[in-house]
Design a protein around this ligand. Structure first.
Ligand SMILES: Nc1ncnc2c1ncn2[C@@H]1O[C@H](COP(=O)(O)OP(=O)(O)O)[C@@H](O)[C@H]1O
Ligand SMILES: [Mg+2]
Length: 233
């Protein structure tokens, strides 16, 4: 297994948000996590990345326990994270943003700038542009490219389609398929756009109030109202 969680709980100070979360993601799998706002999806990714402490339970990456490792160590071991609303450094250029992604926390085997630009050709003509001047969709592609520079084995993606035009949502989906196919990257995709998740993942887990309550196929994601039975907060 690429990733295996058993009975993981976490939260903020005295407030428990994630409750007894267990699931596994196979090597090379693309898995979706869906759920209404406030259900704990971002909290799950922050806990996986080590930005929030695991209160109880275990997290294994490639069979090794990582739940007590700090974020930089999890990153070194191959977890990449594109946070919700990631902005990068808006006053720096696209090229500088890409270089800094590696400089700040060098992995064992970073990709070259050319490798990453081959995967994200839309960024090439934008290299000298300040990232703060990019469109929402371009910024999202840059955020993914920054994570990919560090050659992760498993990439955690939080709300990649939020505030992005449909034409770029399609391009983001295509680029993620390419990462998966060409770099054998496993993907954990959190998104409110169920069609986007269904286009990429063969199955998804539904999160409600900090718990994973159901597994659905990609067909069920688009054909039935999978969140319908679950109240929004
Ligand atoms: N920094 C924080 N401090 C305290 N509570 C938080 C914090 N961030 C999120 N929460 C709470 O945790 C719950 C889950 O939030 P979140 O993981 O962001 O959900 P989602 O990503 O599914 O929208 C919500 O009730 C939210 O208010
Ligand atoms: Mg969120």
């Amino acid at each position: 297994m690429m990733l295996a969680l058993r009975d993981v709980s976490s939260g903020y100070g005295p407030v428990t948000v994630l409750r007894h979360v267990s699931f596994a993601l196979a090597e090379g799998e693309i898995l979706g996590i869906v759920g209404h706002n406030g259900m704990g999806k971002t909290t799950l990714l922050r806990t996986l990345m080590g930005l929030l402490k695991t209160a109880s339970g275990t997290i294994e990456l490639g069979g090794q326990s990582i739940e007590t490792e700090p974020a930089h160590e999890r990153s070194r071991r191959g977890i990449g994270y594109v946070p919700q609303g990631e902005q990068g450094f808006p006053t720096l250029t696209v090229a500088e943003n890409l270089q800094l992604a590696v400089a700040m926390n060098p992995p064992g085997r970073p990709l070259t700038m050319d490798d990453v630009l081959a995967l994200f050709p839309r960024l090439r003509p934008l290299l000298d542009r300040r990232s703060g001047a990019l469109s929402g969709g371009e910024r999202q592609l840059l955020a993914i490219a920054r994570a990919v520079m560090r050659a992760p084995r498993l990439l955690l993606l939080d709300e990649m389609t939020e505030g992005v035009q449909p034409s770029i949502v399609e391009e983001i989906a295509e680029r993620l398929v390419a990462l998966h196919a060409e770099l054998s990257m496993s993907l954990l995709i959190v998104d409110q756009d169920l069609a986007f998740v269904a286009a990429l993942a063969s199955r998804a887990l539904v999160m409600q109030k900090g718990m994973l309550v159901k597994e659905v196929s990609s067909t069920e994601l688009i054909q039935s109202n999978v969140l319908g039975g679950f109240d929004a907060l």
